[in-house]
Design a protein around this ligand. Structure first.
Ligand SMILES: Cc1cc2nc3c(=O)[nH]c(=O)nc-3n(C[C@H](O)[C@H](O)[C@H](O)COP(=O)(O)OP(=O)(O)OC[C@H]3O[C@@H](n4cnc5c(N)ncnc54)[C@H](O)[C@@H]3O)c2cc1C
Length: 486
């Protein structure tokens, strides 16, 4: 094999995580050599692609699973606040990136749209009212309206009101300042910025294995998936942003910090409608409550989307199952991920999640009509023929200590030469704080030098905006202006 090529920084995978880290590092270290290695022929072909996720800029505004009810009946808002704080970091970076020309027209990747929680039935309305009051005084959640009046419901959500019995109790919590995000377009723009400034991208190249170099850094074995040719790349720092492929690569790296982790794949489908007669009657992202026994990530939602300038409606997700860790992965992904160090943990999670397994089996049996029936809870008059099923991205939920987790987790080597991101929730919306954490863990010695630029990127860096309403108002206004979200 030829002598390995070298790079300072190797980013594995061309999804939103590598794209974000690559753009930040490009700015911080203009002279560094950066190489992105992507197994498919284009960026954002997996979870970050617009049809593989729901495009919600998750800020905790409408997702009921971020505000569970405690045993005493009070509402726990901690997670919604945490997710919102994380999204504010992401939003500031996007504002900076538009202002400084890393990104082009904001409308190409982000659109303003109300985020709405939706419940029906007396208990649901009671829960939503308490949730609304619990969040109402919080500085990051001001401006939401609680709506129970059916006429108002119908004025705001005509598609969801048509054919609905006005005598049955319904409620909305209406947050006007949400976003719809095309994470695929965003990924491509960020990668494009890197390429214009010297980053190399190797498409159709898969990282097969990676091993530590005795003098520090890593050697990556790559295979060109079109020609079959093998090559090697030496890198001082490696980020594994391979989505569902990250777990396997972490395991191959042999770093102790990856021991014990397992993964459980959950696929999914959406129903999609592009008929202007239908899409023009719904301008909101509306989230309901997850079904009993279902994972929080499968809470049903009806999303207005803008992709490549066209309006769409998306409903789902309907959970599915396949042993693949990537949508375009291999059936052996799950069995190959079972190792001596994680087998007990995976078995433990399997035993503890029988309700989830039952739920997934039920979902797999669903026919198109059964899925549209579920949609009718949101759109009573929905017609089967207006909606078609599309396959969503594959999530690999983290298994650790015998439990299934629904969060994102960063795993990093103690010497800072490698980091990888596992899990998929809240996902792309928190790419910026996640990648800033990678920098803090892996480049502690460079942070002081980088701090002025990092503060330009995220003016509130290190500050809880919940405690600083004046600063929040300032960065919010700046974000609105740059991203044209007012
Ligand atoms: C159904 C669904 C709905 C979602 N909804 C939302 C939402 O509304 N809002 C939100 O913020 N997030 C959402 N998410 C989560 C979000 O999509 C993901 O967190 C995010 O896209 C992950 O980005 P990534 O860069 O880590 O991975 P990916 O986008 O999956 O990219 C990984 C890349 O690595 C490549 N790769 C894999 N293995 C290798 C290898 N060995 N060598 C080279 N390349 C490799 C893959 O081909 C892929 O291009 C959703 C996810 C799903 C599945």
């Amino acid at each position: 094999m030829p002598t390995p090529a070298t790079t300072d920084i190797a980013l594995v995978g061309a999804g939103i995580m590598s794209a974000t880290l690559g753009a930040i590092l490009r700015r911080l270290e203009p002279d560094a050599t950066i190489t992105v290695i992507e197994r498919s022929g284009a960026a954002a072909g997996e979870s970050s692609g617009p049809w593989n996720n729901a495009g919600t800029g998750h800020a905790g505004l409408c997702e009921l699973f971020y505000t569970p009810q405690k045993p005493d009946g009070s509402i726990d808002i901690a997670k919604a606040v945490r997710v919102n704080e994380q999204f504010q970091v992401t939003r500031q970076f996007w504002a900076y990136a538009v202002q400084d020309g890393l990104l082009g027209q904001p409308r190409d990747f982000v659109n303003p749209i109300p985020h709405v929680s939706f419940v029906h039935g007396v208990d649901g309305v009671d829960y939503l009212r308490r949730r609304h009051h619990a969040l109402a005084d919080h500085p990051l959640f001001g401006g939401a309206e609680f709506i129970t009046d059916f006429a108002e419901f119908a004025a705001r959500l005509p598609l969801m009101a048509a054919g609905r019995n006005p005598d049955l109790p319904v409620a909305l919590d209406w947050a006007p300042d949400g976003t719809d995000v095309d994470f695929g377009a965003l990924t491509r723009q960020l990668i494009g910025y890197g390429v214009r400034h010297g980053t190399t991208v190797l498409f159709d190249h898969e990282v097969r294995t990676l091993s530590r170099e005795p003098g520090g850094g890593w050697t990556l074995d790559l295979r060109n998936r079109r020609t079959g040719q093998r090559r090697r790349l030496n890198a001082k720092f490696v980020f594994l942003g391979a989505g569902g492929g990250t777990l396997g690569l972490l395991q191959k790296s042999g770093i102790g910090e990856a021991r014990g982790f397992g993964g459980f794949p959950i696929g999914g489908r959406f129903l999609r409608c592009g008929d202007p007669e239908v899409t023009s009657r719904h301008r909101a992202k509306v989230y309901g409550a997850p079904a009993p026994g279902a994972p929080s990530t499968t809470a049903p939602h009806l999303d207005a989307r803008v992709v490549d300038g066209a309006s769409w409606l998306l409903f789902g997700p309907f959970a599915g199952w396949s042993p693949k860790f990537l949508k375009h992965g291999r059936a052996m992904d799950l069995p190959r991920s079972v190792r001596l160090d994680n087998v007990m943990s995976m078995l433990g999670a399997g035993m503890g999640e029988r309700e989830l397994v039952g739920y997934l089996i039920g979902q797999l049996r669903r026919t198109h009509s059964a899925r549209v029936d579920e949609l009718r809870e949101f759109i009573p008059d929905a017609l089967d023929r207006d909606w078609s099923a599309i396959r969503a991205g594959q999530r690999v939920q983290v298994i650790r200590n015998g439990r299934l987790e629904f969060e994102t987790t960063i795993v990093s080597a103690t010497d800072g030469s490698m980091a990888g991101l596992l899990g998929a929730s809240p996902g792309a919306s928190t790419a910026v704080p996640a990648m800033l954490e990678v920098l803090a863990r892996c480049f502690p010695g460079r942070l002081a030098d980088w701090m002025p630029t990092l503060r330009e990127m995220v003016p509130s860096l290190g500050i809880r905006l919940s405690d600083e309403p004046a600063l929040f108002a300032q960065v919010w206004e700046w974000g609105n202006r740059q991203l044209q979200l007012s």
